[in-house]
Design a protein around this ligand. Structure first.
Ligand code: CTP
Length: 408
């Protein structure tokens, strides 16, 4: 992926043990296509040398406002105007206090103050001891910086370098990378609450066996991530899959179709969009045995009776219509053949405004996919691409339809 292609980021380091993570972050930003100019405070240089950051960024590091390399001798102007964003990682408590007061007594804070505020975003990744983070002065500063338009990323929680445990450590480089990528995505779903189902369900036969399918959950997880990036509040109801939860997404893990319906109904009251990507088992064994079913040595095979599972998508779409509630419902159709005809019929049967078709065997477990969008005006293809790219396109398509006032 090249999610940061064309973006130029000033990566500012201030004093903190998390400077060691900034080296990895610098690498990750570049791998994602960004160009990175590192600026360090004197305190940061106590923790990591400019040599490391120069080697990783491929650019000499700036640390003084008196740096004469710029012909104008004004690095704070030149460097801040080239940037799409200034990312301070780690951002110390002291540096936040400086930013709050608009102080500018060294290059990095000077650059933050001198940046064109409407064009160059300021992103902070705080890193400090838990007492420093929890202190009312720090929390007051965070609130005011946010009110001033600064983006302050979360802090991590856990063991701290000082030996204490709690909130305040800097997020991991991979988490910060996800947050930076999300920051640059268009906010087409601001104010929406998106509920997503993903993965397979597992229907127990006995305590050690069950029926499931090959859905990996990747498409649903990508959609949850894309919806979050677009500014929505997102709840992801996931069947049994081993995928990492996208940043900022609330996840509810479930096993069976009945659990999934219950979890979805619990969250549906505040949802404005429902996207059903889960490959829900159509049937479940009528009775799950309490104990493992054993062979009795006679060669006899157990006989299983099935009952149909609830249709989660149809149930939600119907109840929203019944309550005249604005819930935009999107179904998925995993087909093995005749995609257009089957997807059209499924859209009508499920009673949803948008049905997304894909060829099941060609997509289960894969990192890429191709989608066919069916709505009342016809069909539109989203050509083969990574699931995250397709998810972002689908979110844009959904946002357009919601804006146009289409509802379930
Ligand atoms: N779905 C659901 N609950 C079910 C079955 C399906 O919410 N019990 C949703 C899926 O998440 C998907 C859509 O309905 O969004 C279509 O699912 P699919 O399994 O492809 O279709 P079916 O309704 O099972 O139809 P068929 O078996 O005929 O293909």
């Amino acid at each position: 992926m090249n999610d940061l292609a064309g973006k130029h980021i000033v990566l500012g380091l201030t004093g903190g043990i998390a400077c060691y993570k900034a080296a990895e972050l610098c690498r990750a930003l570049i791998k994602e296509g960004a160009s990175v100019q590192v600026v360090m405070t004197a305190a940061a240089e106590q923790f990591i040398t400019p040599v490391t950051l120069q080697a990783l960024s491929g650019r000499t590091v700036y640390s003084s406002q008196w740096d004469a390399r710029e012909p104008s001798n004004m690095p704070h102007i030149k460097l801040s105007r080239e940037a799409d964003a200034i990312l301070i990682a780690p951002c110390s408590a002291d540096f936040m206090a400086k930013l709050l007061h608009g102080r500018a007594d060294e290059l990095l804070s000077l650059m933050c103050l001198a940046r064109p505020i409407a064009q160059v975003a300021l992103l902070l990744a705080p890193a400090m001891n838990r007492e420093m983070w929890a202190h009312p002065a720090t929390q007051r500063n965070v609130a005011q910086l946010m009110a001033d338009g600064t983006t302050v990323f979360d802090v991590g929680s856990g063991d701290q370098a000082c030996g204490e445990t709690g909130d305040g450590r800097m997020l991991e480089p991979s988490e910060l990378l996800e947050d930076v990528i999300a920051f640059f995505q268009p906010k087409s779903l601001l104010g929406q609450h998106v509920l997503v189902t993903a993965g397979p369900t597992y229907e127990a036969i006995d305590p050690v066996r069950g029926i499931t399918n090959l859905s990996s959950g990747k498409m649903g997880f990508a959609i949850a991530r894309a919806a979050r990036e677009a500014g929505a509040e997102v709840t992801l109801v996931a069947g049994p899959v081993s995928l990492a939860t996208p940043r900022g997404v609330a996840r509810v893990d479930v096993i069976s179709a009945q659990d999934m319906l219950q979890a979805v109904q619990d969250k549906a009251a505040t949802a404005t969009v429902f996207i059903a990507t889960a490959a829900v088992a159509d049937w479940r064994p009528a009775h799950a045995a309490d104990h493992k079913i054993k062979k009795d040595g006679s060669g006899a095979t157990p006989s299983l009776n099935f009952v149909e599972n609830p249709d989660i998508l149809a149930t939600l779409a119907q109840s929203a219509r019944g309550q005249s509630r604005a819930l935009y419902c999107v179904g998925f159709a995993a087909e093995s053949h005749d995609l257009l005809a089957n997807a059209k019929a499924k859209r009508a049967r499920k009673g949803v405004p948008l049905l997304v078709g894909n060829i099941g065997p060609a997509t289960f477990g894969q990192d890429d996919n191709a989608l066919l969008l069916i709505d009342e005006s016809g069909a539109k293809e989203l050509a083969r691409a990574s699931k995250l790219v397709l998810a972002r396109k689908l979110i844009v398509e959904i946002a357009i339809r919601i804006k146009a006032g289409v509802r379930a």
